[in-house]
Ligand binder design. Structure first.
Ligand SMILES: [Zn+2]
Length: 172
């Protein structure tokens, strides 16, 4: 079940979305949410932050990673967020994760061989043990993940970063 999300935190996040400058464009949106998250990090248990890979998402330069046409409508965004108020801290942090990921997602043209349902998107996986970086195609729906050559990802624990065009180039 997890901890209940504090009303104060939710209201602060809603204020951010109601701020005229937040949703001017996608890069702005990413920066606004990332900055808000950075200044509120102490409100969340580190285990939740870590599990959702929030630090990795906060570490990238939005202007280099936010894609041109994410699957998000800036006009509809406040409504989408407000209508789905999460009850727990876990679901709130997951919403932030999904949002920052959606804004930086480069899709592959492959469907997931694991569940057959989701599309695969690119991420950079950096292994915890050796800090090696791998270009990984990960399913949007299930936990399936594969390397660019089609072999299933099985190199163990990794931190997940968004992948941008330059990353895709460098792994060709
Ligand atoms: Zn899948």
């Amino acid at each position: 079940m997890g901890k209940v999300l504090k009303q104060r935190i939710w209201e602060s996040f809603c204020e951010l979305l109601n701020d005229d400058t937040t949703l001017i464009n996608y890069v702005n949106y990413y920066v606004a949410v990332a900055d808000w998250m950075k200044s509120n990090l102490a409100e969340f248990d580190y285990s939740i932050i870590k599990r959702n890979g929030i630090e990795q998402l906060l570490s990238v330069d939005a202007s280099e990673y936010v894609v041109e046409n994410p699957d998000i409508s800036l006009e509809m965004e406040p409504m989408r967020i407000f209508e789905n108020k999460p009850n727990t801290v876990d679901s709130f942090v997951m919403i932030i994760k999904n949002l920052l990921r959606d804004l930086t997602t480069i899709w592959t043209d492959k469907d997931c061989p694991g569940c057959g349902d989701g599309g695969l998107r690119y991420f950079i996986y950096e292994t915890v043990s050796s800090h090696e970086r791998h270009l990984v195609l990960e399913c949007y729906v299930c936990i399936y993940a594969e390397l660019a050559d089609g072999t299933e990802w099985d190199a163990g624990l990794a931190n997940v970063f968004p992948a941008n065009k330059n990353d895709l180039e460098s792994f060709k």
